[in-house]
Design a protein around this ligand. Structure first.
Ligand code: PLP
Length: 438
């Protein structure tokens, strides 16, 4: 499969290049040249097979030309070692729970899949170094996704003292091939160090560096697995008619994967994009104009994005036609006070505890669902990941799952570095094995 750039000014790339680069030379996002339609018979019988079996068929449609089936199946099986069930919150409204992975958030599947795919694509060619800057959530998903994958080392740069304790322990307690670097600076400083490293010709001459950015096709496309699984769950419940899919969105990668699933033949009637106060996409739906701006801090902070990178993919997918986008996707936006009220109200009425991101999805679905439709929203994180916020809202303690508790009790280890590039470069030169020695 070849991948083209949404900016249309860079050459198409084969899978290994698209994965290693992340972004095309013209700063566009890669999209598969063909989105294969899956047989109706496969769709109609989704609920008779396991998550791994269904996902292997979906993965084959994306990556089958580039990776032998058996290998692909192995990658899918080792990325999806946990379930993503649908849970009926109230009549007609289902939560698609995407938080049963190692870091209790939906980015786990994409990160784990990408790690294994990268391991396969670069297999036997020596060590590859993944650099990732994080303000919290991405670092934990990437670090856990790549943990123990042979031939890959991961360096997570984070602003010292500026990420939440729960997030910090999810990437500082892992050891093995994961190194956490506490930078004496801000998230922007971390990102600047990573960018400078990718631009530095001496570093790139001596070692193989790559990113694990969320726009990477190897992280983005596997998220389509979720939507086939959601549909399977609704099928099993006898509710697979007039299905509406609501996705709490930040960078819009997850929603975009759902749109791709529809192109593959998954019968989803329409979509709702749920936003927090960062309402750039919502406004685009109203006005037809895309006006990015700086992000606002909210209690659903993994969705604090003012210029969603996957907008380019959605725009491309609908032929650069705002009316076409609107015919398939509607939007909603909620302030923190509305998110908080929704968490409390849903918990008190149904007993189901939402996290702040899922709460946007739940509310947008509840407000947007029409008679006769069945809807599901993505519950993208476990509420315990936002323990302090959620406890304040419901006035009750939130139980922490064992997996999260294990991180909290682990020994934190991080390398302290100042924020200047010279120190970071020296550190990499001393600690990464060079290309030639392998
Ligand atoms: C990343 C994230 C989102 C937003 O997903 P996008 O693909 O960036 O739109 C929503 N909820 C949680 C918990 C996340 O970590």
């Amino acid at each position: 499969m070849m991948y083209y750039s949404t900016n249309g000014k860079a050459p198409s790339a084969a899978l290994p290049k698209a994965v290693a680069r992340g972004l095309a030379e013209d700063r566009g996002l890669y999209m598969p040249e063909t989105i294969h339609t899956l047989p109706e018979d496969f769709i109609n019988t989704l609920c008779t097979r396991s998550l791994v079996e269904n996902s292997a068929v979906v993965a084959e449609a994306f990556f089958g030309e580039d990776i032998p089936s058996e290998e692909l199946r192995r990658i899918v099986g080792s990325a999806l070692t946990f379930d993503c069930p649908v849970h009926e919150v109230e009549p007609g409204i289902y939560a698609l729970e995407l938080f049963h992975g190692p870091t209790l958030a939906f980015k786990d599947v994409g990160a784990r899949f990408m790690a294994r795919l990268l391991g396969y694509l670069t297999g036997g060619e020596g060590e590859i170094n993944v650099l990732v800057a994080t303000s919290g959530d991405t670092g934990s998903a990437v670090a856990n996704g790549f943990l123990g994958v042979e031939g890959i080392r991961v360096f997570v740069l984070y602003p010292k003292g500026k990420v939440s304790p729960i997030q910090e322990c999810q990437f500082t307690t892992l050891g093995k091939n994961i190194t956490a670097i506490a930078v004496d600076g801000t998230f922007d400083d971390c990102q600047a160090l990573v960018k400078a490293a990718f631009m530095d010709s001496e570093l790139n001459g001596r070692m193989r560096l790559t990113s694990a950015n969320s726009i990477n096709v190897a992280r983005f496309l596997p998220q389509a697995f979720y939507y086939f699984q959601a549909y399977a769950g609704l099928q099993a419940a006898g509710k697979a008619r007039d299905v509406v899919c609501c996705v709490p969105s930040g960078n819009f990668g997850n929603l975009c994967a759902a749109l791709v699933a529809k192109r593959m033949g998954l019968p989803i009637k329409r979509f709702i994009a749920a936003n927090n106060a960062n309402s750039v996409f919502y406004e685009f739906l109203q006005t037809g104009r895309y006006m990015p701006r700086p992000s606002l801090a909210t209690i659903a902070n993994a969705m604090d994005v003012g210029d969603p990178s996957n907008f380019a993919r959605i725009w491309d997918l609908y032929g650069r036609d705002a009316r076409a986008v609107r015919s398939d996707i509607s939007g909603a936006t909620y302030k923190d006070s509305e998110i908080a009220w929704t968490i409390k109200d849903c918990y008190e009425r149904t007993g189901y505890l939402l996290d702040p991101h899922g709460a946007c999805g739940y509310r947008a679905l509840k407000e947007g669902l029409r008679p006769g439709e069945t809807g599901f929203f993505c519950e993208t994180a476990h509420p315990a990941k936002f323990k302090d916020t959620v406890e304040k809202i419901i006035g009750e303690p939130v139980a922490v799952p064992d997996r999260l508790a294990a991180f909290i009790n682990g020994r934190k280890r991080a390398v302290d570095l100042p924020r200047d590039f010279a120190s970071f470069k020296e550190y990499l030169l001393l600690n990464c094995s060079s290309k030639k020695s392998l």
